[in-house]
Design a protein around this ligand. Structure first.
Ligand SMILES: [Fe+2]
Length: 321
């Protein structure tokens, strides 16, 4: 099994076609996520320059003054899940205060949930139209990565074309995240305050970028928490609830959280952190119940039929409700 701390070179999986080596690599990829909660990969088609620019724009966005960020505020209700959420607005992991701010957006032409972009303000070098253009390109770049990973999973599950077809409307989302510096004493009781409380993601897979290692923890199959570190140009891949449901638990949605980095817990303060998460989600009218072709032979159905949109709404109410 791959060491979840060392980036797995995805070109090896892509270059091997339908042979035993590819199957072994795919097994390694899937079982690392199943047992460790996530895997770190590299060379999957997203260039380093794009990643660096994505973090630069993310930093510029969160550096904007409060009133500009309030101008593109996420609604108080759970949906549409678009725009800027201030520190403490979202409640992941129960009722603990969340020390994070975030910005969510989806496909460029989404009639149900239109994006909420920041507007130009006087005396600012931030250019909202350039920000929007970059982020819309990033959405497409990460969609290409999504297709590469979904095709690999189709090989593993022997369901050629099936996963990509269930995502052809591109109803995915990106979340930009900023965790401000915070005194470690504030984070000492996770029931009261966290950076991001424990949760699983709702969609199919999540592609995560983090600007520095430390603090991102996953629960392994034995229930123990461990850090998954990656360089800023590596991608952390995890499975979401939808994939676990479709496969009737053959694939596992790893619980994760963001806390003070282990290496910094003796210090007075945890420094700021940025991350970018791409949530691959199925078409909204697609069922997220167990799918017979993804299940182990002879297994009985564990997850009821409901649409991806119904499931999403149910989970979102827990975060913003
Ligand atoms: Fe998450």
């Amino acid at each position: 099994m791959a060491d979840s701390r060392v980036a797995l070179d995805f070109t090896r999986i892509r270059n091997e076609i339908h042979n035993e080596t590819q199957l072994a690599l795919l097994e390694d990829f899937v079982q690392t996520i199943n047992t460790q909660g996530a895997v770190v990969i590299k060379n999957v088609g997203l260039d380093d320059d794009t990643i660096q620019q994505a973090f630069s724009w993310t930093r510029l966005l969160f550096d904007l003054d409060g009133s500009t960020k309030e101008g593109c505020q996420h609604p108080a209700e759970p949906l549409p899940h678009r725009g800027y959420s201030a520190i403490g607005q979202e409640r992941s992991g129960g009722n603990a205060f969340n020390y994070k701010e975030s910005f969510d957006f989806g496909p460029a032409h989404d009639n149900l949930y239109p994006n909420i972009w920041p507007q130009q303000t006087p005396h600012s070098n931030f250019c909202p139209s350039e920000f929007r253009a970059f982020m819309e390109r990033l959405f497409l770049n990460l969609h290409d990565v999504q297709l590469t990973i979904l095709k690999a999973l189709e090989e593993y599950l022997v369901v050629k074309g099936r996963l990509c077809a269930m995502h052809n409307l591109m109803q995915n989302e990106i979340r930009l995240l900023h965790y401000p510096s915070v005194p470690n004493a504030v984070l000492s009781n996770p029931k009261k305050a966290v950076r991001f409380g424990e949760h699983t993601d709702f969609g199919t897979i999540t592609i995560l970028l983090q600007n520095q290692p430390g603090g991102l923890q996953f629960q392994n199959y034995a229930g123990e928490w461990h850090e998954i570190n990656s360089s800023p140009t590596d991608l952390v891949i995890l499975f979401g609830d939808t994939l676990q449901r479709w496969t009737n638990d053959r694939l596992w949605a790893g619980k994760h959280r963001v806390v003070s980095p282990i290496a910094r817990q003796d210090e007075l303060e945890t420094g700021e952190r940025y991350s970018i998460a791409y949530f691959c989600k199925p078409n909204r009218d697609q069922s997220v119940g167990s799918l017979p072709e993804f299940m182990a032979h002879g297994d009985s159905t564990r997850y009821e039929d409901l649409t991806a949109e119904e499931y999403n709404q149910r989970q979102m109410r827990n975060l913003y409700g």
